[in-house]
Design a protein around this ligand. Structure first.
Ligand code: GLC
Length: 418
């Protein structure tokens, strides 16, 4: 009793009972997560007395790969918690702590089983899911209504609708309006955009789950050809250098009819500063032709603990806290990011913020999964070869069919160096 009231006193005085052993850990967070992570660190400090120093990752997530590689190769104890893209798990698995025992089973079981499963490698749990990502199509509801258009089901319908609205709005004085803003810069995001186009056209996901290179197909050529036709017609030339944020800026300034991005754009396009509040619709990505499956790129993100952390217990506790239901709910409400915890998909507060959340579960089920499972440590080289070659096809004059044949031969070699 006395002990308990002393603890209560310590807490009310702002000193946590365990503060004699308080630790400071260091965590990486994506720039788009920075404010969220800072508030999580504060909540974690209030709960445990421990501090989390938040380090902002490079603006382009791809640039975190060499940074992590350096830190981990040097067995650095400077960083305890790593923010991880799903496609990096295989790459970094040998340098991530097995947290399967330290995270209570009941907490693990709260997450989508397949998403948690993607972090179980070689019998170890190397990270915990933080949120779900899937490619979605955002559009200007008001403009589609104005011109009596339905949300397009196929890429050809999207092309035609985008062109018609763009032309009519331009004729009406909206000189800066474009039909479609997406990501075609030479980076991982283009692997996502292109895999979506190819998979939804019946052309598979570059390399199949059992290791067959599938990219050299007429369906893939047709999908890339169609996308090439957008550049300079319904998409600005600049799209060849757009990542998510650059393309989002066009859409949220009111200058694009359609916009492919991740679910967070629902939050940003309704935040102060957006020119399109309440004018936004969202739907699954179109397909190549009727009968094909919408294929949003699947991109869950994770937090894991470095194997070289000198404060593994505190770091694991932070990982469980930032990926747990309370913080995922906060992230969903603050930023419309999709949780990896199914129970939150029927939470009224979350649904008030993200009304279409339940539909996204179908988008997760139908998604295109990048071939990081098969390629493991060679994924990054495979993806680089893919996006560089697609970027060349989109921007250059070369023949797309022979470009794909050359790419396939290169991937045959790369996929085996895992
Ligand atoms: C998002 C996705 C991630 C993907 C990246 C590409 O962050 O969550 O999986 O690799 O976009 O830019």
């Amino acid at each position: 009793m006395l002990k308990r009231s002393l603890a209560a006193l310590a807490i009310s005085a702002g000193i946590w009972a365990g503060s004699a052993h308080a630790e400071t850990i260091s965590a990486f967070c994506a720039p788009t997560e920075f404010d969220f992570c800072t508030s999580v660190a504060k909540a974690w400090k209030d709960k445990t007395g421990n501090e989390a120093k938040i380090n902002k990752m490079p603006a382009l997530l791809d640039d975190a790969i060499p940074l992590y590689q350096q830190l981990l190769a040097a067995k650095s104890t400077d960083v305890d918690v790593l923010f991880l893209d799903v496609i990096w798990l295989g790459m970094f698995k040998n340098n991530l702590l097995d947290i399967s025992k330290a995270i209570p089973q009941a907490d693990q079981d709260k997450h989508f089983a397949s998403t948690l499963g993607a972090a179980k490698l070689d019998g170890k749990l190397v990270a915990m899911p933080a949120y779900m990502d899937v490619g979605l199509m955002f559009y200007r509801k008001d403009l589609l209504e104005k011109y009596g258009k339905q949300p397009p089901k196929t890429w050809d319908e999207l092309t035609a609708t985008a062109k018609e609205i763009q032309d009519k709005e331009r004729a009406d004085g909206k000189a800066d309006l474009w039909g479609y803003a997406w990501q075609a810069k030479s980076y991982e995001g283009l692997t996502c955009d292109a895999i979506e186009l190819v998979a939804s056209n019946g052309g598979g996901t570059i390399i199949s789950d059992d290791g067959k290179v599938t990219i050299d197909s007429p369906q893939a050529a047709e999908a890339i050809e169609r996308a090439k036709g957008w550049i300079g017609t319904i998409s600005p030339e600049g799209v060849l250098n757009y990542d998510e944020e650059a393309s989002r800026a066009i859409f949220e300034s009111g200058n694009a009819v359609f916009h492919r991005n991740w679910p967070y754009v629902w939050g940003t396009s309704h935040a102060p500063g957006s020119a399109i509040i309440d004018k936004v619709g969202v739907m699954p990505l179109p397909v190549g032709k009727a009968g094909e499956k919408s294929s949003g790129c699947l991109g869950p993100m994770y937090y894991g603990v470095s194997k070289f952390s000198a404060k593994a217990d505190a770091a694991t506790d932070f990982v469980n806290f930032i990926t747990g239901p309370e913080m995922q709910k906060k992230r969903a409400i603050d930023a419309a990011v999709n949780p990896s915890i199914p129970a939150l998909y029927s939470d009224p507060d979350v649904l008030a913020k993200i009304p279409f959340l339940k539909d996204n579960q179908q988008a997760f089920a139908d998604s295109a999964v990048r071939p990081s499972g098969y390629t493991g440590t060679s994924y990054n080289r495979v993806s680089q070869a893919f996006y560089r070659s697609v970027h060349d096809m989109l921007s250059g004059g070369g023949d797309i069919k022979s470009g794909l044949t050359t790419l396939a031969a290169r991937l045959e070699k790369l996929k085996e160096s895992r």
